[in-house]
Design a protein around this ligand. Sequence first.
Ligand SMILES: Cc1ncc(COP(=O)(O)O)c(C=O)c1O
Length: 493
Amino acid sequence: MKRLTASYLPPITLAPRSGIPMHQQLSEWFRQAIVDGQLRPGQRVPSSRSLAGELKVSRAPVISAYEQLYAEGYLETFVGAGTCVAKSIPGGALHQPRTGLRKAPQPASESSTPRRISRRVELMRAPPQTWANNLGAFRIGMPALDRFPSGVWSKLVNRHSRKPSLELMAYGDPMGHLPFREAIAEYLNTVRAVRCDASQILVTTGSQQALQMCAHVLLDANERVWMEEPGYPGARQAFMGAGARLVPVPVDQEGVDVAEGIRRGRGARVVYITPSHQFPLGVTMSAARRMQLLNWATRNGAWIVEDDYDSEYRSGGRPIASLQGLDTDERVIYAGTFSKVIFPALRLGYVVVPKDLVPAFFHARDAADTFSSTLYQMVMTDFIREGHFARHIRKMRTLYVERRTALLEAIQRHLRDKLEVIGTEAGMHLVALLPPGVDDVAISIKAARHGVSARPLSPCYASPPARGGLILGYGGADIPEILEGVRKLARCI
Ligand SMILES: Cc1ncc(COP(=O)(O)O)c(C=O)c1O
């Protein structure tokens, strides 16, 4: 038989001076709680001994109430599982008259008039993401989970959790576990040319939280933020959630158009960009645009939030150094994540903050959710220090090139006349533009019905684009899945 979880003690209040016998008060309480759904079919109830102990009464009235409830079919017992609410409640029980008992309240959420919530959150609502509900081919941001070294990982988790240290279990530093921050700083110095030391690293629950922290620390309500057009919808939500006014700035072959940004977004406090691998188009920001942006930010006292979410996986040409490394005025806040290089459910990322902003970020994180899980920070420290991280990235880089090549060849074979592919140099996704006039959201919905997750391009724009497209992730699907996925897409377009 299935093991049941331990029973919780229900919030029963007895009225000793009411004149109603104790066993009757108890049986009425249970009956009503079962009828109202507060206690669910199959849920375990406390033993008579522990309930009597909790209520500070003798066991006799509890036993008598339970016996009555067995007789009526509300409770049943299983060997080894104790006393439970019956799996099926006696017929008509749900419509029994209620004598002197609480009336179930009408849930306000069922009322026809929507109740007032903040305007900021109303604006943050995203359209339903049909394409995100399946784990089939082309889901974006999904690494090759089947190739993750789970044996090594579970050994490291065991190492720290078998005999957890006090440090692992107690409250931790809002900035993060120091050895982890040291390992991140070393990695970023070496691989991404980010100029920082461990004191500037704030560990977050992924880069989504890093963006939220930036929005809260850097902006007041109604201040302007440049957003890439098209851009990352998660960043839009993070900045909107802080009450910012978003200024869409077009992206071309050289990345965000800085001159256009200066024209449209005068007085902006923050610029959000993905310079190493623009999301979603995949372009790399040119050196000239980088210098132009840094100079403008220095002259105007603006902040630049650099979201470097997947540049570990650059295949062609030289690795692109971070924008933060070029910044001589400490204007860039650099955000990164382990979601793409380890796995998204780990929920670990980081922000590199200029030294004078460290106290502000510390307090913002402390006020938000205090700190990230120490266990996983310790495990990741070992994973990096013992060389597993670098090895895994190297292997995945080769694998993603193979998967991307398979996807490109399959598109060439089946969809050459329908899709124009762009943004193939780095990361784990590419963009396939559809012919003008084709509705990308409709195609995505159709593809989702075939078990393929093809995210539409147009929701990444603030205003409808001239041409829609599909954002196709290839990291999380093996080659047979990719080939099958393209065949299914060909049927949808
Ligand atoms: C451009 C970009 N930034 C940030 C994120 C957020 O990543 P996470 O919050 O999982 O670290 C993503 C996720 O796909 C992304 O594509």
